[in-house]
Design a protein around this ligand. Structure first.
Ligand code: T4K
Length: 370
């Protein structure tokens, strides 16, 4: 039993003295939101940091996703994954769009590109895949299908901050990508999010939409929303950029330690790094095979809890099993067999830079020896 509660994650906060300095400046300026100094600086620095052309900051990832669908005027049906956080599908619902679930592949739990084509109907306008746990989707194949059928691609990249494929940001794929900077994410601004786009015209439209649709003081060009990031969050985010690399290294060490300690535990498997991918070590999911391990996933989850370890079953239940979505034709059991297998087996173990190696050893020991 751990002496203290250990949660699945813990946010890393910026240096307090540095933040107080920023707060003093904000108090002095009396400029709190609406494209202020810190907002501008954070947007510019973040775009360079991530290696993307244009980024628009948002107050959270969900509003970024809801707005991204508005930016591209997506309607009708959108093909998406049932294996994600519920906000992915909720964003479609809030836009009056019908979600069509396609099954995932078993290797990395992302939407199976080979299942997309059969889900297309005359009403399909876009594909909404998720880079689950920061592992890149099959971006080339997805683009190929989108091009062939004239569909847009919006990536829910809420988990994929800093992830690169062949030295190119994963955020450069698709028409748009969204990020989340929620407190539980690898890079946080308390709450926060962003849309990444590839041209100036689209960036302009995004910025109008997140500010009620105002193009200038007297012109509203679209029924926009209020989804702006404020100056305090932007100042906090700027400071977070200074320590991100350290955060990443520490997480990588922890993940490697987990892998070393758990690698020959019967019935426990995990994902390994993918060649040519720069990972961000946002989550450490393990799969519990009840036929080979002593316990079922939910039993292990309860055992860990008894030891004060609050692991989480991301992503169980499947989005398609929630009452709002389970009546959809694509939510049926036969359509989502792989997603069901993974949702029954997954547990995300605690992972954050402040987690000690001793705690990782302790957690691994419990899993190995219970
Ligand atoms: N798309 C995807 C694929 C996503 O995963 C998400 C969010 C979104 C879209 C939407 O982005 P945002 O609108 O959120 O920006 C959490 C987060 O709230 C959510 O942001 C995240 N995905 C999801 C995967 O996880 P919960 O309900 O599990 O969070 P909660 O409050 O139970 O926190 C988990 C643990 O973290 C706690 O047990 C303790 C620790 N914690 C949490 C907070 C908030 C702290 O130590 N400090 C904190 O301040 O949803």
């Amino acid at each position: 039993m751990m002496g203290k509660k250990i949660f699945v994650t813990q946010p890393t906060l910026p240096n307090l003295d540095g933040f107080i300095e920023s707060l003093k400046e904000i108090w002095e300026n009396k400029w709190l939101t609406n494209d202020g100094k810190f907002h501008k600086e954070f947007e510019n620095k973040l775009a360079k940091f991530l290696g993307v052309k244009y980024i628009s900051l948002f107050s959270n990832g969900t509003l970024a996703l809801i707005s991204a669908l508005q930016v591209l005027r997506i309607t009708g049906e959108v093909i998406t994954t049932p294996y994600s956080f519920v906000a992915t599908t909720h964003a479609l619902w809030w836009n009056g769009i019908k979600p069509v679930f396609a099954d995932i592949e078993l290797n990395y739990c992302n939407i199976d590109a080979e299942r997309i084509e059969t889900a297309i109907t005359p009403k399909t306008t876009a594909i909404l895949p998720v880079h689950v746990y920061g592992n890149p989707c099959n971006v080339d194949r997805i683009q190929d299908i989108a091009d062939r059928y004239g569909l847009k691609v919006i990536y829910d990249a809420a988990h994929a901050f800093g992830v690169e494929k062949n030295d190119n940001s994963i955020l450069n794929y698709g028409d748009l990508s969204i990020l989340s900077f929620h407190a539980t994410k690898i890079f946080n601004t308390i709450e926060g999010g962003a849309i990444i786009c590839h041209d100036k015209k689209t960036k302009k439209r995004i910025d109008f939409l997140k500010n009620f649709g105002f193009a200038d003081e007297v012109t509203v060009v679209a029924p926009g929303i209020n989804a702006k990031m404020n100056e305090l969050q932007a100042a906090y985010g700027l400071l977070q950029l200074n320590t991100y690399q350290k955060e990443l290294w520490k997480r990588m060490e922890i993940v490697n330690l987990y892998r070393n300690l758990l690698h020959n535990t019967k019935g426990i498997t995990f994902f390994n790094d993918i060649p040519n991918v720069k990972h961000n070590y946002a989550y450490f999911p393990i799969l519990v095979d009840k036929n080979k391990y002593r316990y079922e996933r939910d039993e292990l989850y309860a055992i860990l809890k008894k030891h004060n370890i609050y692991a989480r079953r991301y992503f169980y239940p499947l989005i398609s099993d929630f009452s709002v979505y389970r009546g959809l034709p694509s939510a049926n059991h036969e359509n989502l067999i792989s997603a069901r297998i993974i949702a029954k087996q997954v547990i995300c173990l605690p992972l954050y830079s402040n987690l000690s190696f001793e705690d990782v050893e302790q957690i691994s020991k419990i899993i190995k020896t219970v």
